[in-house]
Design a protein around this ligand. Structure first.
Ligand code: NAP
Length: 255
């Protein structure tokens, strides 16, 4: 059987899990695509390419040149531009699109969540009195907090944050999760955190900070999920089934 060419748009834990599952499938020939934002991405057992495609047209050209049979959008739920490009390139080329994502977090008893639309609104929601805010929002939108100078920020990122964030009073922790709930609680206690700021990324891998905030009775400012195009699949098994459903049956002999 000819192996099916699959392109996975990655940068999320779902994409990594799917890549590992596909590595054991000789009937699937998959490439994982990364934007190149992380200096040391996880080592995964399938072919990897790094860097943007050059917009919708670039992605469509790549799909054609590489004879991709199924496109999987497994990007992070906040990577809205790439998801939109995937949708449009799929429509233009006719290459079927499978969207794999995780469901958002939902509040539990004891949670003190304040949902906001975007990062500037999160900075505003910190209010006037000085806070000790724990930012787990990645490094690209830190500048949204630059004007709220009365607060101390504990910033946790995977990669260095550079110099153009504009934060005045901050402490940086460079670390890659997952982090256990006890670890998160100890960190918040040690740094006397008064509020957690995060995106509603969903998924188990980074949920323990929310459990730690609940234990400590801390408020959480949560940036709401952007709308996602198309229908999403929430499990790797279902994504594999969807990929398989796009396999063209062999043409019977003599036809
Ligand atoms: P974005 O705003 O949706 O995309 C910006 C541009 O980056 C895209 O137009 C594309 O460039 C390129 N790009 C994005 N994902 C790509 C991929 N998987 N492969 C190749 N090119 C890609 O994305 P973002 O929010 O900056 O996120 C960048 C990457 O980090 C994504 O892969 C995402 O899964 C991951 N990530 C994002 C977040 C987040 O909070 N946004 C969190 C964790 C991980 P071209 O137009 O040139 O093709």
């Amino acid at each position: 059987m000819r192996s099916l060419r699959v392109l996975i748009l990655g940068g999320s834990s779902e994409a990594s899990t799917l890549a590992r599952a596909i590595a054991g499938r000789p009937d699937l020939d998959a490439t994982l695509s990364l934007a190149g934002r992380t200096a040391s991405p996880l080592d995964l057992p399938i072919a990897t390419r790094v860097g943007g495609f050059g917009g919708v047209a670039g992605l469509a050209a790549y799909l054609a040149a590489e004879q991709i049979a199924v496109l999987v959008d497994a990007t992070h739920p906040f990577a809205t531009q790439m998801s939109e490009h995937a949708c449009l390139a799929s429509q233009q080329t006719g290459v079927p699109l499978v969207r794999l994502t995780r469901g958002p977090w939902t509040p539990r008893e004891g949670d003190r969540w304040h949902e906001v639309a975007d990062m500037p609104a999160a900075a505003q929601a910190l209010g006037s009195p000085p806070q000790r805010a724990f930012l787990t929002i990645g490094r690209l939108q830190l500048a949204a907090f630059a004007a709220a100078r009365q607060h101390h920020y504990l910033v946790r990122t995977i990669d260095p944050i550079g110099a153009d964030h504009g934060l005045r009073d901050f402490r940086l922790i460079e670390a890659r999760g997952p982090f256990a709930v006890d670890e998160e609680e100890a960190l918040m206690r040690t740094h006397r955190v008064t509020v957690l700021v995060t995106k509603n990324s969903g998924g188990a891998a980074s949920a323990d900070k929310l459990a730690a905030a609940r234990r400590l009775g801390l408020p959480v400012i949560l940036v709401r999920r952007p709308d996602e195009p198309g229908t999403a699949i929430h499990s790797v098994a279902d994504a594999l089934a969807a990929i398989d459903s796009h396999r063209t049956p062999p043409t019977p002999r003599g036809v």
